[in-house]
Write a protein that binds this ligand. Structure first.
Ligand SMILES: O=C(O)COP(=O)(O)O
Ligand SMILES: [Mg+2]
Length: 223
């Protein structure tokens, strides 16, 4: 029997954990690259660029040489925002079991929050479009605070918003080292899904409380 955690709060990462956003991120990135006269990227490449927000995604997609030109980088970011606003959600899908997991947690009286490095202009419409916005009592996005994960401030902010008594009363569920480092800085248990993006790093190299092959497995760890 695994150890069980009496979490009053469950914090969820978004991209690669709740929702497979890679098709739309790839489409927006490639529309951006083509518009700028640069070669498109494969979905596999883009997967390794996701995790630290759209600024990092665009910088990595451009490549180091082009991204070193700050004016081009800024233009590319604006172009990406325009394209992603158009496609955000078109081909994104909830991962198997995500909806059922949120339902079960809510029905058990736990408070849920999204803590994502995705910019808020994209986070809220995506949650709405996936039909899951109403499950969350708080949504902390990549531009809500001056810092992003792995800085633990985003998690702390979510706990404050939910009125959680302490980080020990919460667990985090994510797909990358950014999630793991942020949670571990607060000594919060952290579960990593093995189907996400993990910025191209083998997920089993990232220390965590336990790995989840599917989202509903988190229920086995909650008291
Ligand atoms: O926007 C990103 O790069 C990743 O977002 P996430 O924190 O929901 O994985
Ligand atoms: Mg993620």
């Amino acid at each position: 029997m695994p150890e069980r955690y009496a979490a009053e709060v469950v914090l969820f990462d978004l991209d690669g954990t709740l929702v497979d956003t890679l098709p739309d991120l790839t489409e927006a990135a490639n529309r951006t690259l083509v518009e700028l006269g640069l070669p498109p990227r494969t979905q596999g490449e883009i997967a390794t660029f996701v995790g630290q927000g759209i600024g990092e995604l665009v910088r990595r997609a451009l490549g180091a040489a082009v991204a070193a030109d700050s004016a081009r980088l800024e233009t590319a970011l604006q172009v990406f925002r325009r394209h992603y606003a158009q496609v955000n959600g078109n081909d994104s899908r909830l991962y198997p079991g995500a909806l059922e997991t949120l339902e079960t947690l809510r029905d058990a009286g736990r408070k849920l929050a999204v803590v994502t490095n995705k910019a808020s202009q994209f986070t809220l419409p995506l949650l709405e479009r996936m039909g899951i916005l109403s499950y969350f009592a708080a949504v902390v996005s990549g531009d809500t605070l001056p810092v992003k994960k792995p800085d633990p401030a985003m998690l702390r902010y979510a706990l404050t918003q939910l009125g959680a008594s302490s980080p020990i009363a919460a667990v985090m569920v994510g797909d990358s080292r950014n999630d793991a480092l942020a949670a571990r800085a607060l000594e919060m248990p952290v579960f990593l899904v093995t189907y996400g993006y993990s910025e191209g790093q083998p997920i089993h190299e990232v220390p965590c409380t336990a790995y989840l092959e599917s989202l509903p497995e988190v229920l086995n760890f909650l008291a």
